[in-house]
Write a protein that binds this ligand. Structure first.
Ligand SMILES: Nc1ncnc2c1ncn2[C@@H]1O[C@H](COP(=O)(O)OP(=O)(O)OP(=O)(O)O)[C@@H](O)[C@H]1O
Length: 601
């Protein structure tokens, strides 16, 4: 470029006016800056321009090169696993991570006290955090003096004040060693436009080399640690919107100790039939048998009966006995639509219990009056009560309205239950207080293969309930020492059921350690206690009318006297009268409300 002395712009260096204009576009303010530099510092920017351009080009090419090299490195020389927040693996990994020593040394972490996130799901946090503190409470001789309660309670309250701190890796990259290999964890929060998604997180776990086996090993180690922690607990999942916000998925909501089947009081034959049927269904070879006969491998049960009669308890106990996970589905969820329902069903594992509680509360399951399906086998056999009313008959609930209210229709539900694309291997358990409200199509054989009717407690059940509340537990009976004996709290009088003053001649097993050395030691005393309880149970059952109260109501009453079996007998007559009166009053109020509604309309 020629240097032109006559041109005033030539003072800006050996570039033409058009070049300056281009530079002005590329670097806004170039003319102004170059003039300032020239006037005050006598620096001609144009003289250095080629160096600046070369530097910029070098910078850009280095950036592209580094991006290319990083991409090349990550694609061909690094193995990476991606974990999503709504996948259980995310929890496994976080749990594993929290137990590693390097976590304590890391200087970037996310700290919080939230107990319902990641691995500490609901109840689990208690189970994980208690660290045997209950042992301290039940230690000693088992006597429950006011002082020992105060001590215990102070401890509990103090512990609850200080929620456990939880540390998880902060957003960004973390390097750590695992089995002699350097690994990298990258935690990222990804942007989402969905309003309801709070936390769209992902974890990326990488190792050097194209062989990802060390990652597989770590993840399987994490899974083992997590599953071992669960032990024999029954795990419960809930269908809910997943972190991406678009679909529904199953997320673990809690785990509970398994409930022994014999604590569910129900007609023995019914209980055994139910269990045997499920066992037969899960037996080796059954799936092949179904396939050979062209029958879809699915089984459905309907547990019906008044509230508080043990429907959910039976399902939970069976799941615990067979080690099955429970998947809870709420059909009334407004955000659940047909596609989500399909995706939830397709995600069900092969062996699990799909529990739909109170199925009648979702309007879509109600009878449509005139069923387009043939009458169910169960109804034909007379197992189901006749239908009393149909929402369609009143003209109030059309199928369109039902869809709008719940997001799914009966036909989509029927299709996921046993349509062509329906999942196989699961056990469907539906519970209801009103089987008569349910649509025939939902109850037809293939969808519901067995119905179990639960009843209000009859004398036999009442006796069993009493025994189960006051008897020494199985675990305690097996234990040689009476240290943790629940029975030790029982206040019983000598001799048979005595309805007198319990403070006189009260017998308990508080001094069990010393008693063990006596000829008729603790075991003998326990047997005596058991037979006393059995005889008291008969007395109790004779005072409670058969078939009037649910097991839940009786259990509720007994719990008020859980340490006083004889007092429970003494006061039961008054309780029965009181409850009857309440029920009468409630019924009257309902009848009046109905009548006034009738008169009003
Ligand atoms: N048959 C039973 N045997 C033992 N316990 C029972 C029984 N029925 C109810 N209970 C007790 O009553 C409580 C409620 O029981 P559960 O939830 O199983 O009743 P449900 O029939 O499912 O009630 P709902 O119809 O209202 O859902 C539980 O604490 C359970 O221990």
């Amino acid at each position: 470029m020629a240097y032109n002395q006559s041109d005033p712009s030539s003072t800006r260096g050996s570039i033409s006016q058009s070049d300056t204009a281009i530079l002005e576009v590329l670097i806004p303010g170039y003319t102004f800056i170059s003039r300032i530099l020239l006037s005050y510092l006598h620096i001609d920017l144009a003289a250095y321009l080629q160096y600046f351009i070369a530097l910029a080009l070098f910078g850009v090419s280095m950036r592209y090169l580094s991006e290319y090299l990083t991409q090349f490195f990550e694609t061909y020389l690094v193995s990476t696993a991606e974990m999503r927040l709504d996948d259980e693996l995310f929890n496994y990994f976080m749990y594993w991570w929290s137990r590693q020593r390097h976590v304590k040394r890391t200087n970037r972490f996310l700290a919080g006290v939230r107990t319902n996130g990641y691995w500490s799901d609901g109840e689990d946090s208690d189970h994980e955090d208690s660290d045997g503190e209950d042992d301290e409470w039940e230690g000693g001789n088992g006597s429950m003096s006011a002082e020992s309660f105060d001590d215990y309670w102070t401890k509990v309250i103090n512990r609850d004040k200080y929620k456990r701190l939880r540390f998880t890796p902060a957003q960004g990259r973390h390097y750590f060693w695992y089995q002699g290999r350097l690994l990298m964890l990258d935690r990222r929060y990804e942007q989402t436009t969905a309003r309801w998604v709070l936390n769209n997180e992902k974890l990326y776990l990488s190792c050097l080399g194209r062989d990802p086996s060390i990652i597989h090993k770590l993840l399987s180690d994490a899974q083992h640690k997590f599953v071992e922690r669960d032990g024999s607990r029954t795990i419960i999942y809930r269908g809910q919107r997943c972190s991406s916000g678009a679909t529904f998925s199953w997320s673990r909501c809690m785990s509970r100790p398994p409930r022994p089947l014999d604590t569910v009081i129900l007609d023995d034959a019914q209980k055994q039939t139910f269990l045997a049927d499920i066992e037969d269904y899960l037996e080796k070879g059954t799936a092949e048998w179904y396939a050979e006969h062209g029958i879809p491998y699915r089984r459905g049960y309907l547990l019906s009966g008044p509230p508080g009669t043990g429907k959910s308890s039976l399902c939970f106990a069976v799941a615990g006995k067979l080690g099955l996970k429970i998947y809870l589905l709420n059909l009334s969820s407004r955000s659940l639509d047909e596609d989500n329902l399909y995706s939830l069903f397709s995600e069900l594992p092969r062996r699990c219990i799909l529990l739909v509680e109170d199925v009648d509360t979702s309007e879509i399951t109600h009878s449509r009056g005139k069923s387009i399906f043939p009458q169910s086998a169960a109804s034909k056999a007379g197992n189901l009560p006749p239908k009393t009313s149909s929402p369609d008959e009143t003209g109030k609930n059309t199928s369109k309205e039902k869809t709008e209210q719940t997001g799914i229709t009966l036909s989509s539900l029927l299709n996921v239950l046993d349509g062509v694309a329906a999942s196989e291997g699961r056990i469907l358990v539906m519970t209801t207080n009103h089987p008569e409200k349910l649509d025939d199509a939902l109850l037809r054989a293939g969808r519901v293969d067995m119905q179990i009717e639960f009843r209000l407690a009859i004398s036999e059940d009442i006796e069993k309930l009493y025994q189960s509340i006051y008897s020494v537990s199985r675990e305690e009976r097996a234990r040689p020492s009476p240290r943790r004996e629940t029975g030790s709290k029982l206040r019983l009088q000598n001799g048979s059921a005595d309805h007198g003053d319990e403070s006189k001649g009260t017998e308990n097993l508080d001094n069990g350690e010393a008693e063990e050395n006596k000829p008729n030691g603790v075991q003998g005393r326990r047997q005596i206690l058991q037979s006393r309880i059995a005889s008291l149970a008969k007395d109790f059952a004779s005072l409670v009318p058969s078939g009037e109260f649910s097991p839940a109501e009786i259990q509720g009453y007994l719990l008020k006297h859980k340490d006083h079996p004889e007092r429970a007998i003494r006061e039961v007559a008054a309780w029965v009268e009181d409850e009857k009166e309440k029920k009468r009053a409630k019924k009257e109020a309902e009848t009046k409300a109905k009548e006034s509604e009738k008169n009003g309309s």
